[in-house]
Design a protein around this ligand. Structure first.
Ligand SMILES: NC(=O)c1ccc[n+]([C@@H]2O[C@H](COP(=O)([O-])OP(=O)(O)OC[C@H]3O[C@@H](n4cnc5c(N)ncnc54)[C@H](O)[C@@H]3O)[C@@H](O)[C@H]2O)c1
Length: 247
């Protein structure tokens, strides 16, 4: 189907995951047509009028790039949300080079490949757009047993700044979200561990526990004209997790 039309379009990687699904729902509610990109099946019953699912492994960079070669952009507004991500929980001595490279391939290289293909297409067609990369508070500080994840999320924040510089002159804004702990399949195990939850609750400075919709709302804000003077920035959505230490 050719969607090169006035309806706004959002491309969302990791669209079947906890945060990606909430982002897709939010953009559909705001009348965007969403292209969900994920290695697993579509996880929500969206209407075909609102959503198209691309079941691919984003580390197959050729296939990822080919999505942006199709005539599916909008003449009004285009958004790319790089949300797919993976992480390890293991000591540095157990962290293999294979796992390190896998985490960087998904979190960093695929973000670069998708953002470059998306932005180049906007430049070529003289279209409007914005990119939001989902990093993490792990891109702002270290954490035990997550060496590759922490390093990759710092790289996403650096990549965002670089993309904002390279594509700013073409009118494309690129920003990052740094979520704190958000309840999704990635973190579900924390919620069944009382000690872990005590640490999380005492590390935040408000009582609210982070939900995917908190990240979806912030993502939509950064992509929208409400954030028209923001580019290269990192918006922290973490209930105060990085604001200070609980002594
Ligand atoms: N949940 C949190 O607390 C939290 C906090 C900070 C940042 N984040 C970041 O938010 C993003 C989304 O996390 P989430 O919590 O929704 O995780 P999730 O595990 O629920 O979802 C991740 C999605 O990415 C997809 N994915 C992974 N590798 C892929 C690949 N190679 N190709 C295609 N799809 C792939 C998965 O299939 C899954 O649907 C990630 O980048 C994560 O690092 C999450």
């Amino acid at each position: 189907m050719n969607h090169l039309a006035a309806r706004k379009v959002a491309f969302i990687t990791g669209a079947s995951g906890g945060i990606g699904k909430a982002v897709a729902e939010h953009f559909i509610l705001q009348n965007y047509f969403v292209h969900g990109i994920d290695m697993t099946e579509q996880s929500s019953q969206f209407s075909v009028d609102d959503y198209s699912h691309h079941k691919i492994d984003i580390t197959d960079f050729k296939i990822l790039t080919s999505i942006f070669d199709k005539d599916i952009f909008s003449t009004s507004e285009n958004v790319l949300v790089n949300c797919a991500g993976i992480r390890e929980i293991c000591s540095i001595s157990e962290l293999s080079l294979v796992l390190w490279e896998k985490i960087f391939a998904v979190n960093v290289t695929a973000t670069f490949v998708a953002a470059k293909a998306f932005c180049e297409k906007l430049v070529e067609k003289n279209l409007h757009g914005a990119v939001v990369n989902i990093a993490s508070v792990s891109g702002l500080m270290g954490e035990p047993n997550r060496t590759a994840y922490v390093s990759s999320k710092h790289a996403v924040i650096g990549l965002t700044k670089q993309l904002s510089i390279e594509y700013g002159k073409s009118g494309i804004r690129v920003n990052t979200i740094a979520p704190g702990v958000i309840r999704t399949p990635l973190t579900e195990q924390y919620y069944h561990d009382e000690d872990q939850m005590k640490k999380i609750d005492s590390g935040q400075f408000i009582k609210h526990r982070g939900m995917p919709s908190d990240v979806a709302k912030a993502t939509f804000f950064l992509a929208s004209s409400q954030a028209s003077f923001m580019t290269g920035s990192t918006l922290v959505v973490d209930g105060g997790w990085t604001a200070g230490k609980n002594l």
